[in-house]
Write a protein that binds this ligand. Structure first.
Ligand SMILES: NC(=O)c1ccc[n+]([C@@H]2O[C@H](COP(=O)([O-])OP(=O)(O)OC[C@H]3O[C@@H](n4cnc5c(N)ncnc54)[C@H](O)[C@@H]3O)[C@@H](O)[C@H]2O)c1
Length: 442
């Protein structure tokens, strides 16, 4: 089928590439000319494992194309996916301006029946707003053109986006049109492990399912961080508690790691957006508000450990940071805890050296020459430091050469925001060691 994808970010690009990989002809459109120029050369503007290989392969097979022209994208496709950003606004609600702009452009160019699929995460009911905008733009041209609109929220995880798109655990289609549902089934069947993993529902429940999924995961993380903070006060060890509860099938082992809290481009904004949606309907969502509060405080909990170790005087201290991305296997730093930690350290007149396998360029765009970037390897970032901070749990940080680290550092002190080391091992290796929800070694 001929498909256009509007927006070539983490979701749109992966969607376009994934759909091309199952044989469709896909035209990806973005207003960002730099991104499109890069993509036309077969280069990915974002890091996702396996993505660049698939871009290159599907371009070679002449199934994947890129454009900045909306008219071209609308003319080309039988199905148009919308995958533009819905960032948080000042009042915490989701900013729908990009989605609305795309809807208007579709209405300005559409000439025959198409299925418009919204993949962006949007407040419940947005599907009808999009429908109305397209209808009005078509009517303005004095035309009457039929189209269907479908909600198809995306559940891929950054860091495993390609794998998640190609092997989804479920696909949700919110549709009121039998014809559009049939077309969506046809598109997704090659990716489904079994037919019952395609969940057809009404569009409002589909839009809500996306927020509910992200908020449930955010609540799990905040819950564990709260338990971790209680562990510290009582002498219990959160990693043992995690094992103790994660083996209960009603709880499960996923998303119950204590640490620096959730970040990224989705959880913080989606929790806030759902709070806004609820309050807009005069409902006070106590659990969502608590999850957000605990999450914000968790970064402060970590920073407080650092401050109190140095008796509130960080001036002139040098900190090495391992990890800038909001989680491993991505270069995305949106709402990453590293950003707050670096800002706090700089405010306290400390210096920072940072290493991250993929995110350094993006961190440079924010901090410029205010901090040092160690591109070569993680050990460079501990040289001459007063302490090492573990901020993202990249695989390569898990088993480092501790004697090498100790030799390179000014003082053997580690603040581990991701609990990747064992306190006993750290004690044996001669480090002062502070982590989350466990007894400190000092
Ligand atoms: N990133 C994730 O892990 C993830 C997962 C599931 C759902 N989502 C949701 O998917 C949506 C997109 O997220 P993302 O992370 O891919 O965003 P992104 O910021 O990475 O990408 C958005 C892209 O849209 C482009 N764009 C903006 N306006 C445009 C327009 N008028 N026409 C064409 N292109 C336009 C931007 O230039 C950008 O390249 C959001 O609603 C997000 O909440 C994201």
């Amino acid at each position: 089928m001929n498909i256009s994808v509007i927006g070539t970010g983490y979701v749109g690009l992966v969607t376009g590439v994934g759909l091309a990989n199952s044989g469709n002809e896909v035209l990806c459109m973005d207003v960002d000319e730099k991104k499109v120029a890069m993509l036309r050369l077969g280069k990915s503007p974002i890091y996702e494992a396996g993505l660049e290989d698939l871009i290159e392969r599907n371009m070679r097979e002449e199934r994947l194309f890129f454009t900045t022209s909306m008219k071209e994208a609308v003319d080309f496709a039988e199905i148009i996916f919308i995958a533009v950003g819905t960032p948080q606004q000042e009042d915490n609600s989701a900013d729908l301006s990009y989605v609305k702009k795309v809807a208007e452009s579709i209405g300005e160019h559409i000439e025959n029946y198409k299925v418009i699929v919204n993949k962006s995460t949007v407040p419940v009911g947005t599907i009808y707003i999009v429908k109305e905008i397209i209808t009005q733009a078509v009517e303005k041209r004095g035309k009457k053109i039929s189209f269907d609109i479908v909600s198809n929220p995306e559940f891929l995880r950054e860091g495993a986006a390609v794998e998640d798109f190609l092997k989804p655990d479920r696909i949700i289609i919110g549709s009121e049109s039998e014809k559009a549902t049939r077309i969506m089934k046809r598109i997704y069947t090659p990716f489904l492990p079994s037919p019952e993993k395609l969940l057809i529902m009404d569009p409002l429940s589909s839009e809500m399912s996306k927020y509910a999924a992200n908020c449930m995961l955010a609540v799990k993380i905040s819950f564990m961080n709260e338990i971790a903070n209680i562990c510290e006060k009582t002498g219990a060890d959160i990693t043992k508690v995690k094992a103790g509860i994660g083996s209960d099938p009603r709880i499960g082992p996923y998303f119950i790691n204590a640490g620096l809290g959730y970040g990224g481009s989705c959880f913080p904004k989606d929790v806030n957006a759902l709070i806004h949606i609820a309050q807009d309907k005069n409902y006070e969502p106590a659990i969502l508000k608590a999850a957000d509060k605990v999450n914000q405080e968790q970064r402060e909990v970590f920073f407080q450990k650092i401050r109190s170790f140095y008796h509130n005087d960080l001036k002139g201290k040098v900190f090495g940071i391992w990890g800038g991305a909001f989680k491993p296997e991505t270069d995305d730093i949106r709402e990453a805890p590293a950003l707050n930690i670096i800002e706090n350290l700089l405010d306290c007149k400390a210096s920072v050296k940072i290493y991250d396998p993929k995110a350094l360029e993006r961190i440079k765009e924010i901090f410029g020459d205010k901090i040092e970037y160690q591109e070569e390897n993680m050990y460079q970032a501990v040289k001459g430091t007063d302490a090492l901070l573990i901020v993202t749990e990249w695989q390569e940080f898990h088993s480092p050469n501790f004697s090498k680290i100790k030799k390179l550092m000014k003082a053997p002190v580690i603040f581990d925001g991701r609990n990747i080391f064992s306190p006993l091992d750290m004690q044996e290796a001669g480090f002062k060691y502070f982590s989350i929800g466990r007894t400190s070694i000092c």
